[in-house]
Design a protein around this ligand. Sequence first.
Ligand code: HEC
Ligand code: HEC
Length: 378
Amino acid sequence: MDLSTVRTARILRYSKGILAVAFAVGLLSPLVLAAEGVGGRDRSVPAATIAELEAANPVRPIPDSPLGLDVSLSEVPVPPDPQKARLGRWLFFDGRLSRDGSTSCSTCHRPELAFSETLPVSTGIDGHHGQRKAMSLINLAFALYPEVYWDGRAASLEVQAKDPVDNPIEMALPHPEAERVIGSIAGYGPFFEQAFGDREVTIDRISVAIASYIRTRISGNSAYDRWKRGGDEGALGDDARQGEKLFFGKALCARCHVGSTFTDSRYHNLGVGWDGEARDFADWGREDFTRDEKDRGAFKTPHLRDVELHPPYMHDGSVATLEDVVKFYDRGGNRNPWISPKLEPLDLSVDESRALVAFLRSLTGEGYLDEKPSAFPE
Ligand code: HEC
Ligand code: HEC
């Protein structure tokens, strides 16, 4: 394809998108639903209610990638779908997906904290604690590999989204119960129909919708992007500029934190959680999934955008601040028999350490922020 063909294809895709969005966002969709007797079989949801719900959580256009992200959401392996993402937004914030109504995905993945949180390990239903830090759900549509979790044990976002629902320490709602509970909320019917063609509520549809929503949470246009890509010389101070040089050079960070999302989505042992006396890890990480000893203590490289928003750091939340993260890397991680050969002691000066932290802080961007919808299907 030459450039002009690519451009035409883009324009075509774009105008199709606009039509789809205009159709879905405008007054059109409640009218259409109303004209069809609110989706045919079930007339229990008044058109007025549907219009209110549309207003509280409208179908949003799939966002354009902000400055700094190379790829657009229409080009990723699984592009988000506007109708599914809208349904997924409700489900993500809906506590009724838990046994006692107390817990939703957003309990641990908080929008204003880059969809992570500031606790070392999460607190789920009945005050239960997990063993790992809640991961930040940003730019996952762009990940180089589809597997998720610190150990990569879920093959995709769709597979993952089912787990917390019936996990006894997270939301504790068995899948058949989840299907019954959401299926019995008449107000959800028209929106399942819009997203999937009919009103059947299955755990697979729930997770597909939530995954679609998560893929719309993207972050870019940080001070770093405005300086690097936007030609805005004033966007980045001297210290952050020096930090950038170190990050991609002497400090070796870009051996693993690569690309515009700053992660290779691969698994590395840095020695986090290594107990030198017991000569063991509290959490074997990737090995528990692969059963391969070479993966002992290895965890997925997290992305680094908006990282300053959600201390403490690492899979166990054991590193309190970004300054401490840099100290950790400066000493070459925690020596242990399985440590990644990509780590080395860095011998950073005080100024260099400060510069690296300034660079990490310059990665705070925008595009993902959201809030709980103001009304939910009843
Ligand atoms: C009780 C807190 C809690 C709740 C509730 C929760 N999560 Fe998580 N989430 C976590 C923790 C902790 C991890 C890391 C777990 C691990 O790696 O074993 C995680 C990891 C993830 C990941 C992996 C991200 C990556 O980059 O690999 C995704 C995706 C995710 N959660 C989505 C969800 C969705 C969707 C829901 C609701 C259906 C949800 N979470 C509910 C705490 C929670
Ligand atoms: C060998 C690959 C590798 C290198 C090199 C590397 N990292 Fe990491 N980084 C990781 C992995 C893997 C984790 C998660 C480790 C864990 O939790 O056990 C991580 C975690 C982090 C975190 C915590 C993020 C969070 O959400 O908790 C920050 C910040 C970070 N790295 C910054 C850096 C900086 C700065 C450098 C360079 C000084 C660097 N990394 C070098 C792989 C690497």
